[in-house]
Design a protein around this ligand. Structure first.
Ligand code: PEP
Ligand code: MN
Length: 324
């Protein structure tokens, strides 16, 4: 079962947040990501509304009480503020997970009954990620989950962050924790979200932690990678059809390989018949046998023309083999 946590990269205004949430609810998403403090690489950019965003979240939650809210926190102070505004769940961001001091501070401050999602660190060091999980586990957290956002590397390929999937699978092999893929931060571009989701699905990862905005092009942060809630549905449906096609193709490939092995066996038998006919000076073609075989296959749920055509092809090559 696919689970989705979605919402804007940053809460920008009550108007923006309410509209986005309303549209997410319309597509059945009730778990809402809310960016409150934004960890920007360089100063001077929009860094989130902070406490003002928490007030907005509280207001919107009064309008739509069914939502569950998720906020990224990096220190104890932010946690205390979030509790004041009744935030439901927390995630620890990629930069914070890279710092064991911050992780320890959070693991000792947050109520262990809270749901906490732990993102992978920005650099491909699985031990930092494991260390963060261990620190929370040691404090008795019973509802830990993982978010995977790829890694900042020099060669991320076509994506913003390299999806080094083997690191994720190593992590989930070690810890049996619910895992969410963050295709937004892996892809960095909305037109590549589907590729990331398909690859993740192929590896068995279905849950998504994905950025949505009612009007992505005007978003104050990560505007290139956010999608509207209705586009998110389209992408998910498309990924499902791709998954279904791959699923059926795998089965067809299996069946085909059995069919072709049987053809091989059949040809060997034709060869033996051909040799026996030659030794006994018998004619190669036996029309009555051809007709009776085609007739006998009509019990199968197949188009009679298909049966005749396929059998003709088999027969032609079988006669050729016998004639050699
Ligand atoms: C985010 O979730 O908006 C974010 C900053 O992502 P990351 O920490 O994965 O870069
Ligand atoms: Mn973002």
């Amino acid at each position: 079962m696919k689970k989705i946590i979605s919402g804007p990269c940053s809460v920008e205004s009550e108007f923006q947040f309410e509209r986005t949430v309303k549209r997410l609810l319309a597509i059945g998403v009730t778990h809402i990501r809310c960016g409150v403090w934004k960890p920007r690489t360089k100063p001077g950019q929009f860094e989130g509304l902070g406490e003002e965003a928490l007030k907005i979240i509280q207001t919107v939650k009064r309008i739509y009480p069914i939502i569950t809210t998720y906020v990224e926190i990096a220190n104890k102070e932010q946690y205390i503020l979030c509790e004041k505004y009744s935030i439901d769940c927390y995630w620890i961001g990629a930069r914070t997970v890279s710092n064991p001091f911050s992780v320890e501070e959070l693991a000792t401050s947050i109520n262990p009954k809270r749901t906490v999602l732990i993102k992978n660190p920005i650099n491909p060091d699985i031990n930092l990620w494991k260390g963060a999980v261990e620190r929370f586990k040691n404090r008795g957290f019973s509802d830990l989950k993982l978010i995977y956002r790829g890694f900042n590397t020099e060669t991320p390929g076509k994506y913003r962050n390299a999806p080094l999937w083997h690191i994720l699978t190593a992590m989930t092999t070690e810890y049996n924790l619910e895992t969410y893929i963050d295709p937004s931060h892996i892809a960095g571009r909305r037109d590549l979200l589907l590729d990331v989701i398909n690859d993740a699905n192929f590896l068995g990862f279905q849950n998504l932690f994905v950025e949505t905005h009612y009007y992505p092009t005007v978003a104050l942060t990560d505007s290139e990678q956010q999608v509207t809630p209705s586009d998110l549905v389209k992408i998910i449906l498309e990924s499902k059809s791709k998954l279904a096609i791959d699923f059926y193709r795998d089965q067809i490939d299996e069946i085909d390989s059995v069919i072709f092995t049987l053809f091989e066996n059949r040809m060997e038998l034709s060869d033996k018949i051909g040799k026996t006919k030659k030794e006994n000076h018998l004619p190669i073609l036996d029309q009555s046998r051809f007709d009776s075989i085609v007739k006998s296959k009509e019990v199968h749920k197949l188009d009679p023309h298909f049966i005749r055509d396929i059998y003709k092809a088999i027969h032609v090559y079988s006669l050729k083999k016998q004639g050699n």
